[in-house]
Design a protein around this ligand. Structure first.
Ligand code: SF4
Length: 237
C-alpha cells in the first residue's frame, strides 16, 4: 500500500518506541499543571500538521509538555506556538494568528509543520536514541512532501541537525558541515533552499534573542524564494 501523510499520522499517534518519553507524556497528562487542570490532555505522540501540498516545511524540535502534549497539535497551546503561528499568519502561510487548541480553525496554506521528535521530552531534551528512533517519521513525511518542497525552515540547531542527518542517511545530501545561524541559508538541491532560525522558545523570545521582527525577516526571505523559479525552472502558479 502506498504511504500517505494520514498513514504516517496514524502510526505516529500509536507509536510506543520510546518508553521513557511515553511514560513522561502519560504522566504529564495525568498530573497536569494547575492552569490546565480542567483540560483533557492529549498525552500521545503528536503528528505533523499543515498543507499536504506545502512548498514550505517547518521543522521544530519536539512537543511541549503542556502545549502540544496537551492539545495534540504541533506548536499549539503554548507561547512558542503563539509566536510561530502569528508570524506564519503575518507571512500569509496561516489563516489566523491564534493557535489555542486542535479545533480552533487554524489552517496552514503552503506550509507544513513537523517536529523531529513527536513526544514531549523531559526538560525539552530528547535523548540521542529517541531522536534516532523518531527519524523514520520525518523521512516518510519528507518522501511524501518533497516533490513539491521548495523551502525548509529549521527552528533551532537540533532541528537542523535532525533534518540533515535524515537527508544524509537516505542518500539525499552529501556529507559535510552546514553552518547554523539565524537567517543563514543553504541550497540543498536546485530550487530547494534551507533557511535557519533560532527556535521560538521562550528562552529565545523572552530574552530578545529572537523577535517577531527578526523572525519575519527570515519568513520574508522564504516568501521571496518561493516567488522565484520552481525546481523545474518555471513559476509555480
Ligand atoms: S518520540 Fe517518536 S519514536 Fe519515540 S515514541 Fe514518540 S513518536 Fe514514537
Amino acid at each position: 500500500m502506498p504511504d500517505s501523510l494520514s498513514r504516517v499520522n496514524r502510526e505516529v499517534v500509536a507509536c510506543d518506541r520510546c518508553p521513557r518519553l511515553r511514560e513522561w507524556c502519560s504522566r504529564i497528562a495525568r498530573e497536569k499543571v494547575k492552569r490546565f487542570r480542567d483540560h483533557e490532555y492529549w498525552g500521545r505522540p503528536v503528528p505533523g500538521f499543515g498543507d499536504p501540498k506545502a512548498r514550505l516545511l517547518v521543522v521544530g524540535l519536539a512537543p511541549a509538555a503542556h502545549g502540544a502534549n496537551r492539545t495534540g497539535r504541533v506548536f499549539t497551546g503554548d507561547r512558542s506556538g503563539d509566536f510561530l503561528f502569528a508570524a506564519l499568519h503575518r507571512a500569509g502561510f496561516a489563516n489566523q494568528a491564534q493557535s489555542t487548541d486542535a479545533r480552533d480553525g487554524l489552517r496552514l496554506k503552503d506550509a507544513f509543520v513537523t517536529p523531529i521528535v513527536r513526544c514531549a521530552p523531559p526538560g525539552n531534551k530528547p535523548a540521542r536514541d529517541e531522536i534516532l528512533g523518531c527519524r523514520d517519521y520525518l523521512a516518510r513525511e519528507w518522501a511524501l512532501l518533497s516533490p513539491r518542497l521548495r523551502a525548509v525552515l529549521v527552528l533551532g540547531r537540533v532541528g537542523m541537525d535532525g533534518l540533515l542527518a535524515m537527508l544524509r542517511e537516505t542518500g539525499q545530501l552529501p556529507p559535510g558541515r552546514l553552518a547554523f545561524g539565524h537567517g543563514v541559508t543553504h541550497d540543498l538541491a536546485p530550487g530547494l533552499r534551507l533557511f535557519c532560525s533560532y527556535h521560538p522558545s521562550q528562552q529565545n523570545t523572552f530574552t530578545g534573542r529572537l523577535t517577531p521582527r527578526s523572525f519575519d525577516a527570515v519568513l520574508r526571505k522564504v516568501a521571496r524564494h518561493l516567488r522565484g523559479p520552481n525546481r523545474q525552472g518555471g513559476r509555480t502558479p
